[in-house]
Design a protein around this ligand. Structure first.
Ligand code: GLV
Ligand code: MN
Ligand code: MN
Length: 410
């Protein structure tokens, strides 16, 4: 039915640019942290585009937005696509945004061709996928699939102290639709790879079959501030030193474990953060990921043991607060096959792959068959203003999405 259809590339690229212009910083980054004023402006624009496409728009109480293009058999469970439009503070133009706007482009293409689908098509925009302002990441889709109670989500505090529920009200996205209102028959998320594999191998499409587990914690180290010049080394309880020892340990651990183990210390705050004062307190985050749950647990355990020894030897207290913990996810193999099939039918090289990043699709996989389509990220750069995907690759990925969604919906 849709084999001859192709998306309108210039229209997709133009919309990507217009969305990226919202929250653009002087250093050309995209900064739309979840539920900020700029996130609201981005949401408003996407909702306007949904309405212009004739979609019915619903917003749920955690701020997830859904645009629905009703099928000829609306009693059947819909096919859902989508992603997120929140960004990290120093984000690029495509992370998340591409999956949402390509979903709208699929709808626009079907509208232009006056083609109906049997099942309705839903484009979802999930709240706070990044987890950069509120933890955990993928919060909106997690609530959507019943993995976190709404009340708990609304009470989450931002890194700037704001309460998530209050921010939703403030920007006008505390919707009334029931949580989980559109239960999908299948979910497909199109995303940039954000890693180097497709780019290095010169492959155009990734059919994503699994996604690695994520362990996030915040460590608070309390020592004693004292004079940097007068305090003998053996009398110190240095929270700054302890934080660096943990960072070094995490890097060493990943080197020893090898394989898919990665570890990142992305945020460290010292108090009082002065040149001649031993730090009294350090707050730091640890992000550990592995495709293998057992190995991820081993990494967590090794870190726990190191922290206990360090607390003793340095005479500091170290407490941990869990920010996120998601096991590795296997996507639906048959859907990954369909993605690979459509890529090849369009003359695009493809390979099966693993996602290193977290995505809303990993949450949707709890309630329906789900899979992802990746396109190359030049140089494997993401969460960085330099994030780039060649326009022809963005268009190719959207065409694979079009073919996959129309097949599933018919
Ligand atoms: C979300 O983007 C993550 O993988 O950190
Ligand atoms: Mn993303
Ligand atoms: Mn991201």
């Amino acid at each position: 039915m849709s084999s001859s259809l192709a998306i309108n590339g210039p229209r997709l690229l133009d919309q990507l640019k217009r969305l990226a212009d919202i929250g653009r910083t002087p250093t050309n980054a995209c900064c739309r942290l979840a539920l900020t004023d700029d996130d609201k402006l981005g949401r408003d624009l996407v909702v306007r585009w949904m309405k212009e496409l004739g979609m019915a728009v619903t917003v749920d109480p955690v701020g997830n937005i859904f645009g629905v293009r009703t099928g000829t058999q609306p009693d059947l469970a819909p096919i859902m696509t989508g992603s997120h439009i929140d960004t990290v503070r120093t984000g690029g133009a495509y992370d998340g945004n591409y999956g949402v706007l390509a979903g709208l482009e699929v709808v626009a293409t079907l509208n232009d061709a006056k083609q109906n689908t049997k099942r309705s098509l839903v484009v979802g925009v999930f709240t706070n996928e990044e987890g950069a302002r509120f933890a955990p990441d993928m919060l909106g889709s997690l609530v959507y699939v019943g993995g976190m109670p709404l009340k708990e989500a609304l009470d989450v505090k931002a890194i700037d102290g704001a309460r998530l529920g209050d921010e939703l009200v403030r920007i006008g996205y505390d919707g009334a639709a029931a949580i989980g209102v559109h239960k999908p028959h299948a979910f497909i998320e199109l995303h940039i790879e954000q890693g180097p594999i497709l780019d290095i191998e010169g492959v155009k499409i990734g059919a994503v079959e699994n996604l690695q587990g994520i362990s996030w914690q915040e460590l608070t180290i309390v020592g004693q501030s004292n004079h940097a010049g007068t305090t003998p080394m053996y009398l110190r309880h240095d929270a700054g030193y302890a934080a660096s020892a943990i960072a070094t340990f995490v890097r060493e651990l990943t080197r020893k474990m090898g394989g898919h183990q990665v570890g990142t210390i992305g945020k460290v705050d010292l108090v009082p953060n002065l040149i001649n004062v031993i730090a009294a307190r350090a707050t730091m985050t640890v992000d550990l990921r592995n495709t293998d749950e057992h190995l991820l647990q081993q990494a967590e355990l090794a870190l726990d043991e190191f922290i206990k020894e360090l607390a003793q030897s340095e005479g500091v207290t170290i407490t941990s607060r869990r920010l996120a913990r998601f096991e590795p996810v296997n996507f639906d193999a048959a859907l990954a096959d369909r993605i690979a099939h459509h890529a090849e039918a369009l003359g695009l090289s493809q390979r099966r792959m693993t996602s290193g990043a977290g995505h809303d699709a990993q949450m949707l996989a709890r309630i329906c068959p789900s899979a992802m389509i990746f396109v190359p990220s030049v140089g494997g750069i993401s969460h960085n203003p330099a994030e780039h995907t060649e326009p022809e690759d963005l268009i190719a990925g959207a065409n694979v999405l079009l073919a996959t969604l129309t097949e599933l919906a018919n």
